[in-house]
Design a protein around this ligand. Structure first.
Ligand code: FPP
Length: 261
């Protein structure tokens, strides 16, 4: 893993750089992109895979450490079954096509979410891809699939109690540090920047815990149009934010004067 010290944004003040360490993206608007062109929705998802490749490349070139993409939410099963099935096939195909290149380029791929719901072939491809890229440390690519922020917190709670059953008898002793190691992405910094394409301004049950102090950036543009320029625009906007983590603006200025002297 790239070696940035891990800090919980609610327990300590994390290090903030010009380049976000971790970017999380909700890739929305594939269907509308396709509809505008009188194409079937799945054509938008196919174009979306190209945008994923451009975004990974641009993040790596910029020096981002981790990118987390919301590919399929725990609520996306509610979509028409043929669209769900195309999304699964696209996902499988992308894994098979791209994993060797990822392994070579130093990308560690992880699929976060309840993968037990996927079919045998997809689960096998996921395990194989994760294994093949396991020792890579240059860049973390996390694909959230059958992921939900509430699932993540519940799953972590179950794992925490399984590992430390005595905590159940002393709930007042449970602290953030007990739960945090069992959450998805526990070994990576919390996202600095959350981007959502497609014009909607909501979280949609994405990384509920991990987004505690993340900066949000929304764009009307659809995901299939996303690439380097739009990413740079989002990072420019991010760089104009004052990340106070609960402090006052005056405290922030005092702290930066002290570190400069
Ligand atoms: C949201 O657009 C997009 C999705 C639910 C799927 C995202 C999937 C991909 C980009 C392709 C596969 C990804 C990987 C990582 C290989 P929408 O369908 O909700 O669009 P709409 O809001 O315009 O209908």
């Amino acid at each position: 893993m790239p070696n940035k010290a891990l800090t919980s944004s609610t327990l300590a003040i994390p290090e903030v750089g010009v380049v976000p360490s971790h970017i999380a993206i909700v890739m929305d608007g594939n269907g509308r992109w396709a509809r505008q062109r009188l194409l079937p929705r799945v054509a938008g998802h196919r174009k979306g895979v190209e945008a994923v490749r451009r975004t990974v490349e641009a993040c790596m070139a910029m020096g981002v450490q981790s990118l987390t993409l919301f590919a399929f939410s725990s609520e996306n099963w509610r979509r028409p079954s043929d669209e769900v099935s195309v999304l699964m096939k696209l996902f499988l195909k992308a894994l098979k096509t791209d994993v060797r290149k990822m392994a070579k380029e130093g990308i560690r791929l992880r699929i976060v979410g309840d993968t037990s719901a996927f079919n045998e072939e997809l689960r096998h491809a996921i395990a194989e891809s994760e294994n093949l890229t396991l020792s890579n440390t240059r860049f973390n690519l996390n694909i959230a699939a059958n992921y939900g922020g509430r699932w993540d917190i519940l799953n972590a709670t179950r794992l925490m109690l399984k590992a430390n059953p005595l905590l159940a008898n002393q709930p007042e002793t449970i602290r953030e540090e007990h739960l945090a190691p069992y959450l998805a992405l526990a070994d990576q910094p919390e996202p600095d920047l959350y981007i959502r394409t497609g014009g909607e301004q909501r979280v949609s049950n994405f990384l509920l815990w991990q987004l505690a102090y993340t900066e949000f950036y929304f764009t009307e543009r659809f995901w299939p149009e996303f690439g380097k320029e739009m990413l740079l625009e989002a990072v420019r906007s991010y760089n104009q934010r004052e990340r106070r983590f609960g402090r006052t603006s005056e405290q922030l200025h005092q702290a930066s004067r002290a570190s400069a002297s």
